[in-house]
Design a protein around this ligand. Structure first.
Ligand code: FRU
Length: 490
C-alpha cells in the first residue's frame, strides 16, 4: 500500500473503514475465508467522485482493524465496469475452478455504457489465493440482461434444503431470484416487490438473510422460530435521498413471501445505504455493514483525500416483542476492545445540564436514562460555542430528533440539513442510548439496537465538550459510560 496518509486528516474516521484515498461506495463481496474477513468495495482509484468502478479490497482478522490491499477487480472493455455484488466460498468446488479444493467466487454486475444506454449483466470471477488475485470467468456474463435498464447487485448464498446457490438481484422496482448448481448456469425462479414497500427511485443492493427469532421467555424445549429478512435499498426512498428497508417473511428456495403488506425502515438516519451481510461467518453470526453517505450529496461531502466510509459492522437478530418480530442491529462485540474508559458514573440526577469537557472526537457514550416529569432531554455533541450536533428525546411527543443544522459545515448541499424526527415509544420511561461518534460520523443505537440512526457531520471547530441537557424537569441517568475509541490505524 502507498504511504500517502497517516489517517489523521480532519474528518478521518478513526474506527471506521475508509480507503487511503479517493472514492468509495457500497461494500461488496463480504466473505469470511481461512481466518480472514474480506471487505471489497465500490472504488474509483482515480478520483474523489463516483467514476469507473473497480472493487477495492481490505482484509481483517477481527472485523475492526482493516488492512487495505491492492485493487481486486478492474473494468474491462468488453463488459464494462465492476458494479456491486457479493462473494461466496465454493467449498466443494461446484464451479470446477479449484481442482477439487475450495476457493472464493465473486458475483458482480458488469455495467457497460453504450451509445444506446447502459447494459447491466451478471458476471463471476474466482480467486485461488485467498482473494489476492482474481480471474474473470471466460464465459461471462453468466446472466445476460433481459431488457431492463437497472439489473444489478447480485447477492448469492448456498441454500441447504434445495442444495443450490440462490441469487437475489435488484431489477428496477423489484428483486428477482435465480438458482444454480455451479454459479455458472442460472435459472430464473421468481420475483418480488413491485407492489409492496417503498418505491421512490430504483431498488438496489438486496440481501436475503435467515435469522432465528429470540423470544423473551423461550422454553428450552420449544423449537426456535426462524424468519427471513429481505433487505433492499431505494435510491430515492426519502425526500432527501436514499432509504433502506426490509421485509419480514419466508423464503422456500424459490420465492419470498412477506408476512406483512409493508416494509420496515432499517436505519432512520440519512447516511447509510447498500447494506450487505457477510457470507460464511463463524458461529453462524449474521453481520452487515453499510456505506455511510447519501446519493443526494455523495460527491460533495468535504473530506480529503478520500470520500466515503463504511458503517460499523452490526450484528443482526430478530426479537419477538408482544407477538411482533423486530430486527435488532447491535454494534459487533469486537468493538469493545477499542474502548478506553474516560468517565463512568451511576444514578446521577440531571436537571438543566451536565457537561464533560473533553476534546475527544472518536468516542462511545453508552447510557441508560430514566425519567418521570420532563419535557425533553438532549445530547449535545461535537460542541464548540454555537457548533453542535444535537440528539433529543422529546418525551411529550415520543420523538427522537437528530438536528445537525449547526453541526459545522452544512452548506455543501441543500439536501444535507434535514432534521430527523423519529417516533419512538419508550417502555417503562426508560431509554437506552449507545452513540458512536467518529470525527465525521454519528451512529446511534437505541434500546439495545431496536432503532438505529446514522448520520454524517462535518464540524468546523474542534470539539470542546459533551453535554446532556434537560428542559421542563429532570432525568435520572441510571448509568453513563464514556469511552474514547482507540484508532484502528495504530
Ligand atoms: C448503489 C449502487 C449500486 C451499483 C453501485 C455502482 O449505491 O448504485 O446499485 O451497483 O452503486 O457503484
Amino acid at each position: 500500500m502507498k504511504e500517502i496518509t497517516q489517517y489523521n486528516e480532519k474528518y478521518r474516521p478513526q474506527f471506521h473503514f475508509t480507503p487511503d484515498e479517493n472514492w468509495l461506495n457500497d461494500p461488496n463481496g463480504l466473505v469470511y475465508y481461512k481466518g480472514e474477513y474480506h471487505l471489497f468495495y465500490q472504488y474509483n482509484p482515480f478520483d474523489k467522485v463516483w467514476g469507473p468502478m473497480h472493487w477495492g479490497h481490505a482484509v481483517s482478522n477481527d472485523l475492526v482493524h482493516w488492512q487495505q490491499l491492492p485493487i481486486a477487480l478492474e473494468p474491462d472493455e468488453e463488459l464494462g465496469m465492476i458494479f456491486s455484488g457479493s462473494a461466496v466460498v465454493d467449498k466443494n468446488d461446484s464451479t470446477g475452478f479449484f481442482n477439487g479444493g475450495s476457493g472464493l467466487v465473486a458475483v458482480y454486475t458488469s455495467h457497460l455504457d453504450t451509445d444506446n444506454g447502459p447494459i447491466e449483466q451478471q458476471s463471476i470471477a474466482y480467486s485461488r489465493d485467498r482473494g489476492r488475485t482474481w480471474v474473470k470467468y471466460k464465459d461471462n456474463p453468466v446472466i445476460k440482461n433481459y431488457g431492463v435498464k437497472d439489473f444489478r447487485d447480485p447477492k448469492v448464498f448456498w441454500h441447504q434444503q434445495t442444495k443450490k446457490w440462490i441469487m437475489i438481484i435488484a431489477c428496477d422496482d423489484r428483486v428477482r431470484f435465480y438458482n444454480s448448481k455451479n454459479l455458472k448456469k442460472w435459472e430464473y425462479l421468481s420475483e418480488f416487490g413491485s407492489e409492496i414497500g417503498v418505491h421512490g427511485g430504483v431498488w438496489e443492493c438486496p440481501d436475503l438473510i435467515k435469522l432465528e427469532v429470540e423470544t423473551e421467555h423461550l422454553n428450552s424445549k420449544s423449537q426456535t422460530e426462524k424468519k427471513w429478512i429481505l433487505a433492499v435499498g431505494d435510491s430515492h426512498g426519502r425526500k432527501t435521498g436514499v432509504l433502506t428497508q426490509y421485509f419480514l417473511g419466508e423464503f422456500d428456495g424459490e420465492r419470498f413471501s412477506s408476512d406483512y403488506k409493508r416494509s420496515f425502515v432499517i436505519d432512520h438516519g440519512p447516511d447509510i445505504y447498500a447494506l450487505q451481510s457477510w457470507s460464511n461467518l463463524p458461529e453462524n453470526r449474521k453481520i452487515w455493514i453499510g456505506w455511510m453517505n447519501n446519493i443526494a450529496y455523495m460527491n460533495k461531502i468535504p473530506t480529503d483525500p478520500w470520500r466515503g466510509m463504511m458503517s460499523l459492522p452490526r450484528e443482526l437478530a430478530l426479537k419477538k416483542d408482544n407477538g411482533k418480530i423486530k430486527l435488532i442491529q447491535k454494534p459487533i462485540r469486537e468493538l469493545i476492545n477499542l474502548r478506553e474508559n474516560i468517565y463512568h458514573d451511576n444514578d446521577l440526577r440531571v436537571s438543566e445540564e451536565m457537561n464533560i469537557y473533553i476534546e475527544e472526537e472518536s468516542y462511545e457514550i453508552n447510557t441508560v436514562i430514566e425519567f418521570e416529569k420532563v419535557d425533553e432531554f438532549s445530547f449535545f455533541l461535537l460542541q464548540n460555542n454555537n457548533q453542535q450536533t444535537k440528539i433529543t428525546y422529546n418525551v411529550r411527543d415520543s420523538k427522537i430528533i437528530v438536528d445537525r443544522s449547526s453541526s459545522g459545515n452544512t452548506d455543501f448541499s441543500e439536501n444535507f440539513i434535514d432534521c430527523q424526527e423519529i417516533e419512538w415509544f419508550v417502555k417503562n420511561k426508560r431509554l437506552e442510548v449507545d452513540i458512536f461518534v467518529d470525527k465525521s460520523s454519528l451512529e446511534i443505537f437505541i434500546d439495545g439496537g431496536e432503532l438505529t440512526i446514522s448520520n454524517l457531520v462535518f464540524p468546523q471547530k474542534k470539539s470542546e465538550k459533551i453535554s446532556l441537557k434537560t428542559k421542563g424537569g429532570s432525568i435520572k441517568v441510571k448509568s453513563f459510560e464514556l469511552y474514547k475509541m482507540n484508532s484502528i490505524w495504530g
